[in-house]
Design a protein around this ligand. Structure first.
Ligand SMILES: C[S@@+](CC[C@H](N)C(=O)[O-])C[C@H]1O[C@@H](n2cnc3c(N)ncnc32)[C@H](O)[C@@H]1O
Length: 503
């Protein structure tokens, strides 16, 4: 049972075995570097294949990272592993480096979260849901879990940093007391209510029967001290307000005159200041946002929510941490708003989904080398099972032209989905391919140096990979001896294949 006690300096929450764990040192090492080198040439190959030209003239660098601190100078970071270990690892490398933290931890819902698996290139659905993470706790273990992480998070933050903890009614009130203890009650800035059914409640009618419809996200906003960044945000005035207030106009546009006789032009009016009730951000219950943004990860949050938090509580160039990263919403928005970011998740599929999401964003925004790229670091505990030679390709080298075409896939771990095997047999193997990555190197690659030089990630959930890839290598490339192809199937299993480009 959790219990509050009043001490001379405040109220503190107690539970059985409440402890602050002493730091353990878990090492993380770099397993992937996103370092695009090829772009699509306007001509295309037959059968939907693609021709790829190098966008840099030099040989791809091996770029094997030495330390996280050095890597973070130019790269954003994903950490795959339990976030207590990740936070402690960060603390020994980047203490007091974080300007803004957003976390969206499990809410103590006592359920597990699953994702649907989709075949690519066919309308047929895979009747298979894959577990992503579980949110099942007793109250004490939940509070202890968050408490020990929040203590390390505070240590990682700059003295001017802020934190937003996203919860709902099941845990928010307990966690408020914990946050008061860790950050100080005087540093509590605001409780924000995100009205998740603001625009209509049509989708929630089923809940009406015996209680009010639940439509509240709760965000607890703290700063580490009384000096912190805050940039007020505004929403545009309603048309009705404009018609009523901005009655006059001249050559400079519409204006109003205040009681003190000041003239305010509409174009200078930023709009309505945002209050702590956020009514204007669509949740994923709405088809409109789901179809635009979804990367098919359960509990994914809308980008508009993160945009408001990041714009309000950080400035370009600041560093943002989300250690319950999920589908990578925080990273996606931070990347677009030119903030540095660090994301952690214990679920390999979350990191894979986020990595694909960020690759797509960076490829679109690439205008040279200015945009920050990213690396994936994984803890020793996380297994990296990559099937060698499970995926088959047709490989041809002709002078500086290398053509690789997908041929076959021996699906790994079929025993995990026995009922699916029959169904999968009817499908062309290409419909089992989620995405495909290519890396050129001077040495045979080990896991720690996989540089993604080109990635093929279909945007639509049922979109197909290109199948055939023709790389036009620049004549001046030296010492490129190997090509490694990395393929992910729709279940998240990885396969590699090496080619010696000198033979
Ligand atoms: C609610 S989801 C976050 C969703 C995210 N905000 C988004 O927009 O996609 C919570 C995430 O926390 C991760 N998680 C839970 N426990 C964790 C732990 N101990 N270490 C790291 N990640 C954890 C889960 O795998 C899950 O992806």
């Amino acid at each position: 049972m959790a219990m509050a006690s009043i001490l001379s300096w405040g109220i503190m929450l107690h539970w059985k075995n409440k402890t602050q764990k002493s730091p353990q040192q878990t090492t993380f090492h770099c397993s992937q570097v996103y370092n695009p080198v090829f772009e699509e040439h306007k001509d295309s190959l037959e059968e939907g294949g693609v021709i790829l030209k190098s966008i840099i003239r030099e040989t791809p660098k091996s770029n094997t990272p030495t330390s996280l601190k050095t890597s973070f100078t130019n790269n954003n970071i994903f950490l795959l592993g339990d976030n207590l270990n990740a936070l402690q690892f960060l603390n020994s490398n980047l203490k007091h480096a974080i300007d803004l933290v957003y976390i969206d931890p499990p809410f103590m819902k006592n359920v597990s979260f699953f994702r649907h698996v989709y075949f690519r290139g066919t309308q047929k659905d895979v009747p298979f849901k894959q577990k992503q993470y579980s949110d099942t706790w007793d109250l004490e273990s939940y509070l202890q879990f968050l408490y020990e992480r929040l203590v390390v998070i505070k240590d990682l933050m700059k003295d001017t940093g802020s934190i937003y903890v996203h919860l709902d009614e099941d845990a928010a009130h307990y966690v408020k007391v914990i946050l008061d203890e860790i950050f100080g009650r005087e540093n509590f800035r605001r409780q924000i209510i995100w009205n998740t059914a603001s625009l209509n409640v049509a989708g929630f009618k089923g809940q009406i029967r015996d209680n009010y419809i639940y439509a509240t996200g709760i965000l607890l906003f703290y700063s580490k001290s009384d000096v912190y960044a805050f940039n007020p945000q505004f929403t545009p005035h309603a048309q009705e307000f404009i018609e009523k207030k901005y009655k006059y106009s001249d050559e400079k546009g519409r204006f109003r005159v205040t009681r003190r006789n000041n003239t305010i032009y509409l174009q200078e009016d930023p709009g309505e200041p945002i209050t702590n009730i956020w009514n204007d951000i669509l949740s994923f219950n709405y088809a409109k946002i789901a179809s635009r943004e979804s990367v098919f990860y359960p509990t994914q949050k809308p980008e508009a929510l993160l945009e408001r938090i990041i714009l309000s509580s950080s400035n370009p160039g600041d560093t943002i941490l989300d250690c319950f990263g999920g589908s990578g919403t925080t990273a996606a928005v931070a990347q677009r708003l030119e903030r540095k970011w660090i994301l952690c998740d214990a679920n390999p599929h979350a990191i894979h989904t986020s990595s694909k999401r960020l690759q797509r964003i960076i490829t679109k925004e690439e205008t040279g080398t200015s945009s920050r790229l990213f690396q994936i670091w994984r803890s020793q505990e996380t297994k990296n099972e990559i099937q060698k030679n499970g995926a088959k390709f047709h490989y041809v080298k002709n002078e500086n032209k290398i053509t690789v075409s997908f041929e076959d896939l021996n699906l790994s771990h079929p025993d995990e989905f026995p009922k699916l095997i029959e169904l999968i047999k009817d499908h062309p193997k290409i419909s089992l391919v989620d995405s495909i990555y290519f890396s050129f190197s001077s040495e045979e690659l080990n896991e720690s140096s996989f540089n993604i030089h080109y990635s093929d990630i279909p945007r639509k959930k049922k979109g197909l990979i290109h199948k055939s890839y023709q790389f036009l290598l620049p004549k001046g490339w030296r010492n490129i001896k190997y090509l490694t192809v990395l393929l992910y199937d729709i279940f998240g299993n990885a396969y590699t294949q090496f080619y010696n480009t000198e033979t």
